[in-house]
Design a protein around this ligand. Structure first.
Ligand code: AMP
Length: 287
C-alpha cells in the first residue's frame, strides 16, 4: 500500500491507478464498520483509495476535534491487510492551505436533525467530500448508513453539482447488543457503554411500531424518549431518508428512517433504523 501525505503525491499516484477507482473517505480511528466499507469497495473496483482526514471544517466550537481519536499505525496495518492501494492521509495544511473562501452549503437538508444541533457541520462535510472527490476522481465512493443524514447530503452534492461518481451506501455494522460501531465509542466508560445500546433499542421500537401501522408519531417518540435513560436524549425523529424533515404523520407504503442522537456522559451517539410503513394503516392502530 502506498501512502500519500500531499496533494501532489496523491495526484501523481492516482495517475497510475487503473479504473474503476473506489474511494472510502474516513476520519481514521478505524473499526469493523470502516472495514466493511473497504471490503465492499475492494470487491467492486480495480483500484481502491482510502482517505483518512479529521476535517476541522465539520467540527463546531466546543466539539471533540482536539481529542478525536487518532490511531494511524493501526489504521495503516488494517488498510494494508485489506488490500488498499493508496492511503491518502494529509495534514490539515494540505487540505486547507489558507482559510477556505469557497464552501458548499447544503440548504434545507442541513436545517433539521443533526444539522439543527450541529450548525455548519454539513457545510464542512460537503466541502471536504467535494475536495476528496475532485482529488481522487473515483468512479464510486462508499459511505455508511450510520451517518444517514451525511449520506443524504453527499447524494445531493453529487446530483446537484453533476459530479460523475456513484455513491454506494453500506449497512450499519453493530456490536452484538446493537450499539453501532463508532470511533467515538472508545470514549465510553463501562457504565456508559452498558447504557449506549438504549439509543438503538429506542429506534427499533419506533421502527417496529411504524412497520405495524402505528401513525401517532409524536406519542411514539415521547414514549421512546422516556425509555432511553440513563442516556440523555438529544433528539429522536422519523424522516424520509432523502429529506430529514421530522414527520408528524407518516405516509403509507414508504421507506422511512427512525433517527436520533443521545449523550452517554459527554459522548454523543447517533444511529438510524429503517422502517417501511404498511400500504394502509390498520384500523386499530389509527388513534
Ligand atoms: P468516519 O470515520 O466516522 O467519518 O466514518 C467514515 C465512513 O464510515 C462514513 O461513511 C461512516 O458512515 C462509515 N461508518 C462509520 N461507522 C460505521 C458503522 N458502524 N457501520 C457502517 N459504516 C460506518
Amino acid at each position: 500500500m502506498h501512502t500519500a501525505r500531499t496533494v501532489r503525491e496523491l495526484r501523481s499516484f492516482r495517475e497510475g491507478l487503473p479504473g474503476p477507482v473506489a474511494l472510502v473517505p474516513t476520519m481514521g480511528a478505524l473499526h469493523a464498520g470502516h472495514a466493511s466499507l473497504v471490503r465492499r469497495a475492494r470487491a467492486a473496483c480495480r483500484s481502491l483509495i482510502v482517505s483518512s482526514f479529521v476535517n476541522p471544517l465539520q467540527f463546531g466550537a466546543g466539539e471533540d476535534l482536539g481529542r478525536y481519536p487518532r490511531t494511524p499505525e493501526d489504521d495503516a496495518r488494517l488498510l494494508a491487510d485489506e488490500g488498499v492501494d493508496l492511503l491518502f492521509a494529509p495534514p490539515e495544511a494540505e487540505m486547507y492551505p489558507r482559510p477556505q473562501e469557497i464552501v458548499v452549503q447544503p440548504l434545507t437538508l442541513a436545517q433539521h436533525c443533526e444539522g439543527l444541533r450541529r450548525p455548519d457541520h454539513f457545510r464542512g462535510v460537503a466541502t471536504v467530500v467535494l475536495k476528496l472527490l475532485n482529488l481522487c476522481r473515483p468512479q464510486q465512493a462508499y459511505f455508511g448508513e450510520k451517518d444517514a443524514q451525511q449520506l443524504a447530503v453527499v447524494r445531493r452534492l453529487v446530483a446537484d453539482l453533476h459530479l460523475d461518481c456513484d455513491i454506494v451506501a453500506c449497512p450499519i455494522v453493530r456490536e452484538a447488543d446493537g450499539l453501532a460501531l463508532s470511533s467515538r465509542n472508545r470514549y465510553l466508560s463501562p457504565s456508559e457503554r452498558a447504557a449506549a445500546p438504549n439509543l438503538h433499542r429506542a429506534l427499533q421500537v419506533i421502527a417496529t411500531a411504524l412497520a405495524s401501522g402505528r401513525s401517532d408519531v409524536n406519542a411514539l417518540l415521547a414514549d421512546s424518549r422516556a425509555r432511553m435513560s440513563p442516556l440523555r436524549c438529544d433528539y429522536l425523529a422519523v424522516v424520509r431518508p432523502d429529506e430529514f424533515i421530522p414527520l408528524d404523520a407518516v405516509p403509507a407504503d414508504s421507506e422511512l428512517l427512525a433517527v436520533g442522537a443521545a449523550f452517554a456522559g459527554n459522548t454523543r451517539l447517533i444511529d438510524a433504523v429503517k422502517a417501511r410503513t404498511p400500504k394502509r394503516p390498520t384500523e386499530e392502530n389509527v388513534r
